[in-house]
Design a protein around this ligand. Structure first.
Ligand code: PEP
Ligand code: MN
Length: 337
């Protein structure tokens, strides 16, 4: 249930509504909005009886929320969420963002060279993993703390905000000063302890879809972040597991317009993990933006074949330039109604 208060309601009226919701055994959560004051009732197992709330001073409406996710839904928050990171805006009608970089942070010299190349190709944010979640314990696990030092150099020299994956809540303290957007990877989408910890820190969170997650499971994972107080959440479709064996994952572009309809959160597409093959990345990047994605996450390198990880799906900075040009063309299509 969403309780709508009049725009000029008093602080005392808001507090009285919250107290009534608490007295009913539920938890009130304020929903920020430009044109209204609203409080979402959470913690209910079945329908909420609006009777005791309707008559309270300041209350103008009580709206039933039909979806299991509340704070991420458009029912509760009709306007698009737009997230500002440095000079870049993500979401709403902002120009689609291109976030690019190598799968893993490499040596400092190589990483700086990649950063220079992706910036010249049009990327406005740099992504690279310091801590890598690898299928095999024998595979390269990322350079860890040394990589964070390198990412700080990238941020300083190229003025690119940094996106990097957090695999364990215990790394937060080390990462928070270096990383502008914390990525939660597909494998951790339902690591609820990690999500709860990330809800209570200042950085935006980029939440990738789990390889076997339904739309509802994904949005419920995002709900953990919003319920914990985090407003700046970016979704990213990166492909799901299907019976297809012609690509690493099946990029589920169907989900993009559905997410745009169901949720106010920005959605990006990752055509790199979504295909696993560099020669298909540009086509699926175009398709993702055409489907309504508000940006891309692309693995790119000045010498893709030598990438420490995910080499087969990493594109050159030349290809990235092409993707950047495509973004300009597709942005001209305008929003999809
Ligand atoms: C990555 O972004 O390099 C990564 C590991 O992605 P995912 O979590 O989507 O597999
Ligand atoms: Mn990767």
């Amino acid at each position: 249930m969403l309780v709508i208060l009049s725009p000029d309601c008093s602080v005392a009226e808001v507090a009285a509504v919250e107290a009534s919701i608490t007295a009913m055994g539920y938890t009130p959560l304020a929903v920020p909005g430009e044109n209204r004051t609203a409080i979402c009732v959470t913690g209910n197992k079945g329908p909420v009886d609006a009777g005791p709330l309707r008559g309270l001073p300041g209350v103008v409406d009580c709206i039933r929320v039909t979806k299991p996710y509340k704070l991420v839904s458009r029912e509760v928050h009709p306007a698009d969420t737009v997230i500002t990171v440095g000079r870049t805006q993500i979401g709403g009608d902002a120009t689609p963002v291109m976030i690019a970089g190598p799968c893993s942070v490499e040596t400092e010299a190589r990483t700086l060279r990649i950063a220079e190349a992706v910036k010249a190709a049009g990327a406005t944010m740099f992504r690279a993993g310091a801590f890598k979640p690898r299928t095999s314990p024998y595979d390269f696990q990322g350079l860890g703390v040394e990589a964070l030092h390198t990412l700080r150099q990238v941020r300083e020299q190229f003025e690119l905000p940094i996106v990097s994956e957090i695999v364990d809540a215990s790394h937060l303290e080390q990462m928070i000063d270096t990383v502008d957007v914390l990525q939660v990877g597909a494998r951790n989408m339902q690591n609820f302890a990690l999500l709860q910890r990330l809800a209570d820190q200042p950085r935006p969170v980029l939440l990738k879809r789990g390889a076997a997650a339904t739309l509802t499971e994904w949005l419920m994972a995002a709900e953990y972040l919003l319920a914990g107080g985090k407003r700046d959440v970016i979704l990213c479709e990166r492909g799901i597991r299907s019976f297809s064996d012609h690509s690493r994952n099946t990029l589920d572009l169907n989900v993009v317009p559905v997410v745009r309809q169901m949720s106010h959160l920005p959605i990006l597409v990752d055509p790199s993990h979504g295909t696993g093959r560099r020669e298909r990345v540009r086509a699926m990047a175009r398709a993702g933006i055409a489907a309504g994605a508000q940006g891309l996450l692309v693995e790119a390198h000045f010498d893709p074949a030598s990438s420490y990880t995910d080499a087969a799906q990493t594109v050159s900075d030349e290809v990235l330039k092409g993707i950047s040009a495509d973004l300009g063309v597709l942005a001209g299509l305008g929003s999809i109604e």
